[in-house]
Design a protein around this ligand. Sequence first.
Ligand SMILES: Cc1cc2nc3c(=O)[nH]c(=O)nc-3n(C[C@H](O)[C@H](O)[C@H](O)COP(=O)(O)OP(=O)(O)OC[C@H]3O[C@@H](n4cnc5c(N)ncnc54)[C@H](O)[C@@H]3O)c2cc1C
Length: 407
Amino acid sequence: MGAGAAGTWAAARAARAGARVLLLEKTPRIGTKVLASGGTRCNLTTTLASEAAGRLFGREGGRFLRPAFRALSPAALRERFGSLGVETVEAPLEKVFPASQRARDVRDALEAEARAAGVLPRCGAAVAGIESLGAAGGWRARLAGAGAVRCRRLVLCTGGASVPRSGTTGDAYPWLRELGLEVVEPRPALVPLRSGADWVRELAGVALQEVEARLVAPTGETVRRRRPVVFTHEGLSGPAALDLSRHVTADGGAREILLDLGVGTGREELRRRLIEGAASPGAGSVARALGLDVPRRVLDAACRQAGLVDSRSAVSELPRARRHDLVEALKGLAVPVEGSLGFDRAEVTAGGLALAAVDPATMAVRGHPGLWVCGELLDLDGPIGGLNFQAAFATAELAGRAVASEA
Ligand SMILES: Cc1cc2nc3c(=O)[nH]c(=O)nc-3n(C[C@H](O)[C@H](O)[C@H](O)COP(=O)(O)OP(=O)(O)OC[C@H]3O[C@@H](n4cnc5c(N)ncnc54)[C@H](O)[C@@H]3O)c2cc1C
């Protein structure tokens, strides 16, 4: 149920293996979110190998995904799409796109494969609830409006709660809770961050390509991403900010992101440049002494955090304590963040069905015969770069196989 990436893949896989499959979808079409993905280009997987890709889902997520990525690695997924007529190309940040750069081609290939495999899609069919048929075996899915569908095996792939206008309104969370299953509180992830600081919003439009963003997660762990960031009218966006956002939207989430403006240049080196700049004849500005490739207005912000007027301040007039503060500000420009732009703008949902409730080898829900869950409905979320589709397809591969083997 749910004809997104995971549901359509699982349905086709199960049908190819001989199962009779009905695919219920709330929206009028298959793959609604696939169409919107990757800026309508669909970053369908990653160039990373399975192990490295898995690690990006954290320790628990990585371990859980091991069998799925073994069953369908990123390279195997590319091959499979190739055999469905979708050639792929690599792009920076370990991304993989269809060679046509059209998400529609990915969606069309998924739909064509499902139909060719014998899947019966039923779009515009929103499920309003599910119930186990108990000792009789099987499940009943109640449709919104009227009617119900009975089946022996039910695969839930209703996605998360992000971008609700694309059909994903978190419908399955209460159903799972009613079954007594643990659902980790869903929250937005891969989402732009909000900052109340005027200086941050005044930098709207400024992008930093060579930067490392870091924060202290609620667990106490320091998490780093070396990827671009962009200042916006609301706060902070860009790949690094999106990747870190799950730690901001978490309970007790981080309230500050530190930007290392001098990636590859250590504190000692920065100190040396400032000292030598001050000692050189005709000593100039702090900006000149530092020689960093950082937009002037961002450098100004770092200088202000260190108590200077801006980066034009004379380097020769920098007292020792200020020099120390400036080096610290350059290695960790503190950007206050106070939350995110919410589910409407989140690419994925963190939280979902607790992984402990699911057998990672089959995606079967423990203690509930005939029920499987895969895709984003699980408590899994990865960084940007095709990881989330990779997880959706790979978990669906296992679910599809397992459902068919019990047919
Ligand atoms: C704007 C945007 C861009 C993205 N770009 C990328 C990208 O480039 N690369 C990447 O890896 N990830 C990307 N993602 C994330 C990716 O789209 C998801 O991780 C992925 O789609 C999850 O697959 P899924 O099948 O689990 O869920 P979904 O694709 O969300 O599918 C769930 C389906 O279930 C249906 N459904 C929900 N409730 C019901 C119900 N009650 N009854 C019937 N049907 C129901 C929904 O309508 C939906 O079609 C992007 C997300 C967004 C929002």
